[in-house]
Write a protein that binds this ligand. Structure first.
Ligand SMILES: [Zn+2]
Ligand SMILES: [Zn+2]
Length: 363
């Protein structure tokens, strides 16, 4: 057994009941903190809970944790080969955290000068536990709602037991993933530390383009792969209109500045895939450049814009955003990978498509 220590986020002081059968129920668990699916739920977990410094920390076996992650990230009714691919990458990612092998990749970063704020947040501030249970790390929302779902997640975990992705030197890979890349995957440094693992590359992903499906086929596919609270989110192509005033207010709040009238917005650094890495905002009383991608997403929405993969045009006192994808786009694209499995790809084929130079390794 490899134990993992997980911080379960709660709304206020942890409120939980020990069910005396190896599980416990958290009555005020938080999911999607800061995102549009943010909610308070009652969730049941397998494992041993304890409260340390006001935080609910549980200790759970890594394979039990991975089963729950698969069922939290996606619907366990999704194609089996997709769930297996997810088990391998979720295992790789968490093992990297438990063994602390990605300290260089997991750092938080700040580069603040008067006219430039470049920020990124990873797991460097997780001390006293390995990971947290929210999207910041991997979604981990406890036991699935039915026996059937639990069995599907458990089968995918058991079928890939001990399999991980590794880099060229055999070191466990930092196997990132996101919901939908929108047609092109992203490199690591667009989102986090200025370093790029060889197995996380930018390339065209035709698999998450669902435009060849009828509406009925698309709805059936998305219902089978997404959890209920994810189903109303635009995935491949989206539009947003945001007022200059709203952008100014959020930017002042996020960057702790006091700019007045917004005059223009200019992307000043764009990744080769097309995501905005840095954006310049010019106001009547000054200008500021902001990055990286998550910071930009915070400025355009109270609950984070779906992605930084967008173009921007001005229309009077409003800005029109024409965007693609959901999430950072680095590594495996969950929608594309699920579609690959639906059309007959094995989990080996899915992994070698999304992590082209990584090695599948038994540990
Ligand atoms: Zn975390
Ligand atoms: Zn994709």
């Amino acid at each position: 057994m490899t134990p993992v220590r997980v911080h379960i986020l709660t709304d206020g002081c942890p409120d939980f009941t020990d069910n005396a059968n190896g599980t416990f129920t958290v009555h005020n668990a938080l999911i999607g903190k800061g995102f549009h699916w943010h909610s308070r739920r009652s969730l049941t977990f397998k494992g041993t809970p304890e409260v340390i410094d006001g935080k609910l920390i549980e200790t759970i076996d890594i394979e039990d944790y991975i089963s729950s992650v698969i069922a939290s990230e996606m619907n366990p009714d999704a194609p089996e080969e997709f769930l297996k691919a997810h088990a391998v990458i979720s295992r790789s990612w968490v093992l990297g955290k438990v063994l602390r092998v990605h300290a260089d990749l997991s750092s938080n970063g700040k580069c603040h000068t008067p006219n430039r704020i470049i920020d990124w947040n990873d797991t460097a501030d997780h001390s006293g536990f390995d990971i947290c249970n929210d999207d910041h790390c991997q979604r981990y929302q406890g036991l699935p709602s039915s026996e059937k779902r639990l069995l599907a997640a458990r089968n995918a975990t058991d079928a890939t037991k001990g399999l991980i992705l590794a880099d060229r030197d055999g070191i466990v890979a930092d196997a990132r993933f996101s919901k939908c890349c929108g047609g092109k995957t992203e490199i690591f440094s667009t989102c986090w530390q200025d370093t790029d693992p060889h197995y996380l590359r930018s390339f065209a992903d035709p698999h998450c383009d669902l435009s060849d499906m009828t509406e009925d086929e698309k709805n059936a596919f998305l219902s089978s792969v997404l959890n209920d609270y994810d189903r109303n989110t635009d995935l491949s192509h989206w539009y947003r209109e945001v007022s200059s005033e709203a952008i100014k207010m959020r930017l002042n709040e996020v960057c702790d500045t006091s700019f007045d009238s917004l005059l223009s917005i200019t992307p000043v650094a764009i990744s080769s895939a097309g995501r905005i890495r840095e954006m310049k905002f010019t106001f009547a009383n000054g200008e500021i450049t902001v990055g990286k991608e998550l910071m930009i997403r915070r400025i355009f929405s109270d609950t984070h814009l779906l992605s930084a993969y967008f173009t921007i045009a001005r229309d009077g006192d409003r800005y029109i955003l024409d965007g693609k994808g959901w999430g950072h786009g680095v590594g495996l694209c969950q929608i594309g990978a699920a579609r690959m499995a639906l059309t007959g790809a094995s989990f080996h084929e899915i992994l070698s498509f999304y992590y082209p130079s990584a090695i599948l390794k038994q540990i």
